[in-house]
Ligand binder design. Structure first.
Ligand code: AMP
Ligand code: ZN
Length: 467
């Protein structure tokens, strides 16, 4: 049974979706005003891990992640670059999706863009208007936080003393500045705006997520993920808008990953301490090592990013990849018949699998889950050292590691050799034999075997087949 820490209750809770076997899942997507940094990707890698583990557990997951392509920051930056908002945000949306692909973060099932959902936002604001939760000032529409009893229930802040009628127009602000927040912003000189039934203007950031999540997942859905900095005001405001409009609970489980930090400071553009995925790849790190690092620390603990940490992640991953190669080699050494592992080895695999699941069920304790895998690898190498790691053991070990990797996606896919590459190797082997360099010929044969290519010497010449 999966348990998740719910920010709403401040406790770890058993996970029960509304509909048995199905999970309705929303993640706040990127604000596409620049390249995302690896702090952002910690949050996105986590929501990917959570989705993959839910799917591994047999759930049908509908994942929605929005693209914030209109807000204060996107408008400001597009103007500074002399670009239209559309062209500007298209560029960074594309970059974001490309980076996600590199990091093997699955695309969401539905990816709504804010600018394509203005009608839904207007409709939601009209509902809030009709129910008396809003007021207007200078062409903008504000949410009156004093009208919602539950305001503060997510961030656990006490707003009872908040001054009524004091407003905030910015999308981002802190608790000390809690105010009536803006739902719809009156047009400003040089800013993009839409002509709508509630007047000309553009949406506030918070209403975007309420409108898009409820459109695709319904008025109440299961899981909502976003970085810890989104608890206040973004998610607090999403709850206020959504629950006041529908009269129903908005989200059942609020899940908030902690920050990736650099020497104690949150990685953020404004502090100038960011690394992008592109920076790290240019320095020679692999996407898998970055992904491994982002996932290897429990999501509710801060992850302190250092180059040494990234190197250590690469080394751990290498150990796992070496093991997979060794197991593949052993598996191939069988005569093709399905060998079974010994009883004690099979029991060890089952125990490792149980530990892996137990750790993941305990609020996605990824570090403990990975530790279970590495302990198992250690055991398998010991067996190998004693000559007790045959094709059957190798097969069972591989199946387990591949199962884990279907959730973590950290092992590099081994590219298949092309036919021409194989032909070139065979030619090199023939040449080695001709000059009676049998050691080299054997080395090439073994190398090809390691890549899954088996050679057969026949009277007509060398034949090969993929295994
Ligand atoms: P943004 O594009 O600024 O809206 O941020 C996208 C996501 O990244 C949000 O869920 C943020 O909470 C998250 N985020 C921003 N900075 C960090 C960080 N240093 N560590 C982890 N997550 C972060
Ligand atoms: Zn959001």
């Amino acid at each position: 049974m999966l348990r998740l820490y719910n920010t709403l209750s401040n406790t770890e809770e058993d996970f029960h979706p509304i509909e048995e076997g199905a999970v309705k899942f929303y993640a706040c997507g990127p604000t596409v005003y620049n390249y995302a940094h690896i702090g952002n990707f910690r949050t996105f890698a986590f929501k990917d891990l959570l989705c993959k583990y839910l799917r591994y557990g047999g759930y049908r997951v509908t994942q929605v992640m929005n693209i914030t392509d209109v807000d204060d920051k996107t408008i400001q930056n597009a103007r500074a670059q002399g670009m239209t908002l559309k062209d500007y945000t298209a560029k960074y949306t594309e970059a974001f999706l490309a980076d996600c692909k590199t990091l093997r973060i699955d695309p969401p099932d539905i990816m709504p863009r804010a600018t394509e959902h203005i009608d839904e936002m207007v409709a939601l604001i009209k509902t809030l208007d009709a129910k008396g939760f809003t007021y207007r000032k200078d062409g903008s529409v504000y949410f009156d936080i004093a009208k919602f009893q539950g305001y503060g229930k997510l961030s656990k802040a006490d707003f009872s003393g908040a001054q009524t009628g004091v407003r905030v127009d910015a999308d981002q602000y802190d608790k000390a500045n809690s105010r009536d927040f803006v739902l719809w912003k009156a047009p400003k000189e040089g800013e993009d705006f839409w002509e709508t039934e509630i007047g000309p203007g553009r949406p506030g950031w918070h209403i975007e997520c309420s409108a898009m999540s409820m459109k695709y997942l319904g008025e109440t859905f299961d899981i909502h993920v976003g970085g810890i900095d989104l608890v206040f005001p973004h998610h607090e405001n999403e709850i206020a808008q959504s629950e006041c409009a529908t009269g129903k609970p908005f989200v059942r489980y609020w899940v908030h990953p902690e920050f990736l930090v650099v020497g104690g400071d949150k990685m953020s553009k404004s502090l100038g301490n960011i690394s992008t995925l592109r920076d790290l790849l240019a320095e020679g790190h692999t996407p898998e090592a970055v992904r491994y690092l982002l996932l290897s620390v429990h999501y509710r603990k801060q992850l302190n990013f250092t180059t040494d940490g990234l190197r250590a992640a690469q080394a751990s991953l290498q150990r796992l990849e070496d093991f997979v190669l060794r197991a593949k080699e052993k598996k191939r050494s069988s005569d093709g018949s399905e060998a079974a592992p010994s009883g004690d080895f099979a029991a060890e695999v089952s125990a490792a699998r149980a530990k892996f699941r137990e750790a993941m069920d305990a609020d996605i304790n990824a570090s403990a889950a990975l530790a279970a895998v590495f302990d198992f690898v250690h055991y398998a190498y010991q067996k190998d050292g004693r000559g007790e790691f045959g094709a059957g053991e190798a097969g069972a070990a591989l199946a387990f590691v591949e199962e884990v990797d279907s959730v973590f996606c950290i092992l590099r896919a081994q590219p298949e050799l092309l036919d021409e590459e194989i032909a070139a190797q065979i030619e090199a082997r023939q040449a080695a034999r001709k000059r009676r360099d049998f050691a080299e010929a054997d080395r090439i044969r073994q190398w090809l075997l390691d890549q899954g290519i088996q050679l057969e010497d026949t009277r007509e010449g060398v034949r090969w087949k993929r295994m």
